[in-house]
Ligand binder design. Structure first.
Ligand code: GLV
Length: 327
């Protein structure tokens, strides 16, 4: 039986698939397959280990009747039409938990880098512009003691909040529902509706999944509510923010800056107006990219795929119960 992997992934993932006895076809390109290439490549395969760059929808599924499992090497799954998968009895799996701490670390890398203009200052040194100690050079914003607004206090949002305690910050959060009191107390996080969170936070960091409800959650109106001089950090999904509105807010210097590991569009073209805005750091969707974490993600994605193909409950599936309830 053949399974496909839509890009070269850490070796551990491939080993798990091979040890389980599958014939493993790895997409040879460094870029993702197009839709047509994906369908052609996956013909006859029973399982697909996919990345967030592959769109798996009803049309793709209907072209691949032998496909039984889609295992995404990501915690996010906005690239997959889960309902369409469930309707066709296709199991969908993801890789939560293993990337939580690494993603939270990177969120902090962006917070500190934007607040203290790290990239801009380092670039000046590379350009030979370091002439003396400047009392007015590269003045930034203090993180210690600031108010941190976390939009989405799930696994990653909570890990970001835990790190904030060392900076003596006030933590406010918003979510679809309040977290249990013990979590709020542990994290010293206060629930606020989004609008209030925006007016009170010095730093707003986004940790919600991309859904129809969160698409463009942060638009012109929300950006206008943010404190003058606040920072926006996004390590969730680019489309949670209205990019044009963000460009306008940064150009007008209403915001201090933005740290974006995800953008809309993604990848961001080098001539995109966002890259000409002051104090913006854009990184290429690398928040989970540590050696250990990417290996764990590959391993878990492969374990999910193998278990589901064997008819066993995978460690992390989104629709195992629904598919089995339908019989
Ligand atoms: C990365 O963005 C992921 O969803 O794992």
């Amino acid at each position: 039986m053949r399974v496909i992997v839509t890009r070269q992934i850490p070796e551990r993932g491939i080993e798990v698939l091979q040890q389980a006895g599958y014939e493993v076809s790895i997409w040879p390109g460094t870029l993702p397959p197009t839709r047509e290439e994906l369908v052609e490549f996956a013909k006859g395969a029973v399982g697909a280990l996919t990345l967030l760059t592959e769109r798996i929808d009803a049309e793709v599924l209907d072209s691949l009747p032998s496909l039984k499992v889609v295992s995404n090497m990501a915690v996010g799954f906005d690239n997959i039409d889960v309902e369409a998968c469930t309707a066709r009895g296709v199991i969908v799996c993801i890789t939560p938990d293993v990337l939580t701490e690494t993603t939270a670390d990177f969120t902090w890398a962006l917070i500190l880098s934007v607040a203290r203009r790290v990239c801009e200052a380092a670039a000046a040194v590379h350009k030979g512009q370091w002439r003396t100690w400047e009392p007015l050079g590269f003045l930034g914003r203090d993180v210690a003691g600031a108010t941190l607004g976390i939009v989405g206090l799930g696994r990653i949002g909570q890990a970001v909040a835990r790190r904030a305690s060392g900076f003596g910050m006030r933590i406010v959060y918003t979510d679809r529902a309040r977290q249990p009191r013990e979590i709020e107390e542990q994290l010293r996080a206060t629930f606020l509706p989004l609008d209030e969170l925006l007016t009170e936070s010095d730093i707003v960091t986004l940790h919600v999944p991309l859904t129809p409800e969160t698409r463009k959650l942060i638009g012109a109106r929300e950006l206008a509510r943010m404190k003058p001089g606040a920072l926006l950090i996004n390590t969730a999904r680019g489309a949670v923010v209205d990019t044009d509105a963000l460009v306008a807010a940064l150009r007008d210097r209403r915001l201090w800056g933005a740290g974006l590991d995800v953008t809309d569009p993604e990848p961001l073209p080098a001539d995109h107006p966002l890259l000409r805005c002051p104090n913006v750091i854009v990184t290429p969707h690398i928040a989970s990219a540590s050696e250990v974490t990417r290996a764990r993600m590959a391993e878990l994605a492969a374990q999910n795929l193998v278990a589901a193909l064997r008819g066993e409950r995978p460690p992390r599936s989104l629709n195992w119960d629904e598919v089995h309830r339908k019989g």
